[in-house]
Design a protein around this ligand. Structure first.
Ligand code: SF4
Ligand code: SF4
Length: 374
């Protein structure tokens, strides 16, 4: 199994290793040397073995390049899309009130098309690849899809509710092929709370079992504590539980409408935790990153889903239309037209739009309402 990935990324060349934050930027001639050595099935050069030892504690000395590394070719497109997320399936075994998916149909591409899609993402230059859902680990094709993307030299992140993480077939896949990160959403510190929030009996027991199994397997797990009015009273216990497992966590309390503009989710928001997000600083969505739905349609991101592009029928070249589609969605139009506060707004335009479509109170997202409320 390879130990690191060497790849073009936009106008740079990088070397990265799953589970490690330390990355290297390589001069173009060093990338060309590694690509050349990979073609000749030669040995890893001493300079790379040395920097890999310093950055990651690896011993690659005298190892063939093709064993030690995946050296990715440049993108087939004139632009490089280095990041992508993919809803392998919107189906989920939980039913959270705050879920940003209004509907969660269990449907997606057949396995052959899933693999073809992943090959296209590889050819487009995707390195940072997130598989999400719904709940991605309930998809019957998760393991072969994950293995295909990992083998292509992608830094894999899985977003999961954790309820299947204890399964041996999944642990085995993650042990054989190390993901960069598994991000587990946590919904409570007790069965009463987590099962009620997710409207699923056994949700807490299965998710906790998954966290324990993943921690014991030494997998790179990050926990996101999802804070809603249903579990905010247990927040300290949730923090303690994750610390006891030796895992890292972050907290997330910004409940948004569904991406289809329904505001039913907002009832779960903790009022005191509204408006704590940073000022929106711009976003490369649609230019260097994109999102793919379960049927292979690419959009700028998970929220801005106008004019989806079918990668299955159009292939990688279809993505060349995405920057224009993304720019059109970023214009401060609709309820934001002419806003004098837009430079310090906390939400991007596609997110503001779903709040406006949901007829959400301005105090949830817009500075005009936040000022009045404060
Ligand atoms: S676990 Fe995630 S995808 Fe499933 S219902 Fe809850 S928020 Fe939605
Ligand atoms: S502050 Fe409100 S009106 Fe202004 S851009 Fe942001 S969401 Fe739109």
């Amino acid at each position: 199994m390879y130990q690191a990935i060497v790849s073009p990324q936009e106008d740079k060349f990088i070397a990265v290793r799953a589970g490690q934050n330390a990355a290297m930027q390589l001069p173009s001639r060093y990338y060309a040397e590694l690509a050349n050595l990979a073609d000749q099935n030669a040995v890893t050069p001493g300079w790379f073995a040395e920097v890999a030892r310093q950055a990651w504690g690896l011993d690659l000395a005298a190892r063939p390049v093709n064993e030690a590394l995946v050296v990715r070719p440049p993108s087939v497109l004139p632009v490089t899309y280095s990041r992508a997320s993919w809803e392998i399936n919107k189906g989920c075994n939980f039913s959270c009130e705050h879920c940003y998916l209004e509907q969660r149909p269990f449907a997606g591409l057949p396995l052959a098309d899933k693999l073809r899609l992943i090959d296209m993402l590889r050819d487009m230059g995707v390195i940072w690849f997130e598989i999400t859902g719904g709940e991605p680990l309930i998809d019957p094709d998760f393991v072969p899809a994950y293995e295909r993307a990992h083998a292509a030299g992608m830094m894999m992140e899985i977003l999961t509710n954790g309820s299947r993480l204890h399964r041996e077939d999944l642990l085995d896949a993650f042990r054989r092929r190390q993901p960069h990160k598994i991000t587990v959403s946590m919904y409570g510190a007790s069965p009463e709370t987590a099962d009620a929030l997710t409207q699923t009996r056994g949700a807490f027991k299965n998710a906790y079992r998954g966290l324990v199994a993943a921690a014991e397997a030494g997998l790179p797990v990050d926990v996101t504590l999802i804070i809603t009015k249903h579990n905010v009273a247990e927040l300290d216990e949730m923090r303690a539980m994750v610390r006891d497992l030796g895992l890292r966590f972050k907290e997330y309390a910004s409940i948004s409408p569904t991406y289809t503009g329904k505001g039913s989710t907002l009832a779960a928001q903790v009022p005191d935790l509204i408006g704590k997000s940073d000022v929106f600083q711009g976003c490369p969505a649609g230019h260097t990153s994109f999102h793919v739905d379960p049927h292979g349609f690419a959009t700028m991101c998970k929220v801005g889903r106008d004019n989806p592009i079918s990668l299955i029928t159009e292939g990688p070249q279809g993505l060349l239309r995405l920057p224009g589609i993304a720019d059109a969605q970023m214009l401060r139009t609709g309820g934001c037209t002419g806003c004098k506060l837009s430079s310090t707004c906390r939400v991007c335009r596609p997110m503001a739009r779903v709040y406006q479509e949901a007829k959400a109170p301005l105090s949830h997202y817009c500075q005009h309402g936040m000022k009045e409320a404060s």
